[in-house]
Design a protein around this ligand. Structure first.
Ligand code: SF4
Length: 408
C-alpha cells in the first residue's frame, strides 16, 4: 500500500537500534515502555510481546537495580523487538545494561551529572556500537540550567541541556545519538523540539511526558507529537499514558497510520456520528466491530453507518461498510451494494467480508454475489425509511425556518 503522507521529513542521520533503523528517512517507529519489574523477566517478556503485537517497534525497560540488569540479560535474546535500557541516576546501571546486551540506552542528563561518568558510559557504548538516547525531561532539568534561565523550564534550557550532553559524547568520539526534549506542557515541548531540530541533525524521539490518563493524555500526546510530525520533525515516538502500555503502542501506531506516515496494518474503522436517522445504536455496533477486528491484521477501511439512507453514499470511499435499515444490515463494497444480512449479524458479516476482500480482492468478492439484488433491497429499505421518517428527519429545515424568523 502506498503511503500518502505529503509531509517532507527533516533530514537526519540514521542509527540502528538492534535491527530497527531510526532516522535517515526510515519509517517512524513506535516505542513504549514496560511497567513490570525488569528483574521479573518472564512477566516483562510477556509484556514486550503484548506491546509488539499492539504495534511497538522498540520497547524500553527500566534498569534501576542490579537484578534488572540481570533480567535484561535474559530478556534481550528472547525479545521480538530491540530493547532500550532506561537509566536513572546510576551510571553503573548503564554499564551493566550494556553488559546485558541491550540495543540502546536512554540517559537523562539531569540525573547523571558527572561528566566523567557520562564519558565512561559513552566510551563503552561506542566500543560496542550501541546508540544512546539523550532524554532531557522538563521536570528534571539540571539545577544550573534551571537557575540560568530564571528558575523556569524553557525550550532554550532544554535544548542547551541536550547539547551539553552531546558535547560530552563528542569528547570520546561517540555520535550514535538520538535526542528527546520531553515536557508535560504541549507548547513547551513543541517549541523545544522545533528549536532542537534547527541546530542538530541527530534523530529525534518525540513525546509529551506524563501526559496522564486517556482521553486527555491521548489528546495531549497526539497534539504535541502530531504537530511536530506534520512539520517533518520526529523519527521515533512514544505516547506516555497513565494506562496499560499496550494503549500507548496502539495509540502511537494509530497516529502514524492516520497521518499516512506508516502503512496501515489493521482495519481503519470509520463510523458515522449518528443522528435522528440512525436505525441502530451506532456507538455499540462500532465498538463491537472494533473488538472483532482488534487482533486481525486486515489493512482495510471499514465503515459502520447508522442508516441506509445516507450511509453508503457518505462512506463510498471505504473498502467495505455496512449501513442499517429496517432491521437489516446493507453491506457495501467501495460504495456498491453487495449483500443484505439480519441486523444481529452485521458485525459477523463485516468480519467475513473483510477477510474475503483481504484474501481475494474487492472485485472477486463482488463477483460471488448478486449485487443488483442487494441494490434493489437497499433501495427498498431506503425508500421505506424516507416515507416513515420524512426527508428531513433531523428537523433541520424547520429549525432553519425558525432561525430565519429571528434573523431576516
Ligand atoms: S444520516 Fe445516516 S449515516 Fe448519516 S449520520 Fe445520520 S444515521 Fe449516520
Amino acid at each position: 500500500m502506498e503511503v500518502e503522507a505529503g509531509i517532507e521529513r527533516r533530514a537526519t542521520r540514521q542509527l540502528m537500534v538492534g535491527d530497527v533503523p531510526v532516522g535517515g528517512g526510515a519509517p517512524i517507529t513506535v516505542q513504549s515502555m514496560t511497567v513490570t519489574r525488569t528483574a521479573d523477566h518472564e512477566a516483562t517478556l510477556q509484556q514486550i510481546y503484548d506491546l509488539a503485537m499492539a504495534g511497538a517497534d522498540i520497547v524500553r525497560c527500566t534498569c534501576n537495580e542490579p537484578e534488572a540488569a540481570e533480567g535484561l540479560a535474559r530478556i534481550v535474546p528472547r525479545s521480538p523487538v530491540p530493547i532500550v535500557a532506561d537509566i536513572h541516576h546510576q551510571y553503573r546501571m548503564a554499564l551493566a545494561a550494556l553488559e546485558a546486551g541491550v540495543h540502546c540506552l536512554r540517559l537523562n542528563p539531569g540525573n547523571i551529572r558527572r561528566p566523567d561518568h557520562i564519558r565512561a558510559v559513552a566510551t563503552e557504548a561506542r566500543d560496542r556500537g550501541v546508540p544512546i538516547r539523550i532524554g532531557v525531561n522538563g521536570g528534571s532539568l539540571h539545577p544550573d540550567l534551571y537557575e540560568k534561565y530564571g528558575g523556569r523550564v524553557t525550550p532554550e534550557a532544554m535544548v542547551e541541556s541536550a547539547l551539553d550532553e552531546v558535547s560530552y559524547f563528542a569528547d570520546v568520539d561517540f555520535d550514535l545519538i538520538k535526542i528527546s526534549v520531553k515536557a508535560s506542557s504541549v507548547p513547551l515541548m513543541v517549541e523545544a523540539y522545533r528549536q532542537l531540530a534547527e541546530v542538530t541533525d541527530f534523530p529525534l524521539h518525540l513525546g509529551v511526558t506524563e501526559a496522564g490518563p486517556p482521553p486527555v493524555g491521548l489528546i495531549k500526546s497526539s497534539a504535541g507529537i502530531g504537530a511536530l510530525l506534520a512539520q517533518g520533525i520526529g523519527d521515533t515516538i512514544r505516547y506516555s499514558l497513565t494506562a496499560d502500555p499496550v494503549e500507548e503502542a496502539r495509540a502511537g501506531r494509530a497516529l502514524l497510520e492516520a497521518m499516512g506516515l506508516r502503512e496501515r496494518r489493521n482495519v481503519d474503522l470509520i463510523a458515522c456520528p449518528s443522528c435522528g436517522r440512525a436505525e441502530i445504536d451506532v456507538v455499540t455496533v462500532a465498538e463491537e466491530a472494533m473488538a472483532a477486528f482488534a487482533d486481525r491484521e486486515i489493512p482495510l477501511q471499514v465503515a459502520v453507518m447508522g442508516c441506509v439512507v445516507n450511509g453508503p453514499g457518505e462512506a463510498r470511499d471505504a473498502d467495505l461498510g455496512i449501513a442499517a435499515g429496517n432491521r437489516r444490515g446493507h453491506l457495501f463494497v467501495k460504495g456498491r451494494n453487495a449483500a443484505v444480512v439480519h441486523e444481529d449479524e452485521m458485525v459477523d458479516a463485516l468480519v467475513e467480508w473483510a477477510e474475503l476482500i483481504h484474501e481475494e480482492g474487492a472485485e472477486a468478492a463482488l463477483a460471488r454475489v448478486d449485487t443488483e439484488k442487494a441494490r434493489r433491497e437497499a433501495e427498498k429499505d431506503r425508500d421505506r425509511l424516507l416515507v416513515e421518517q420524512g426527508v428531513d428527519v433531523n428537523d433541520t429545515g424547520t429549525r432553519i425556518e425558525l432561525i430565519r424568523r429571528h434573523t431576516d
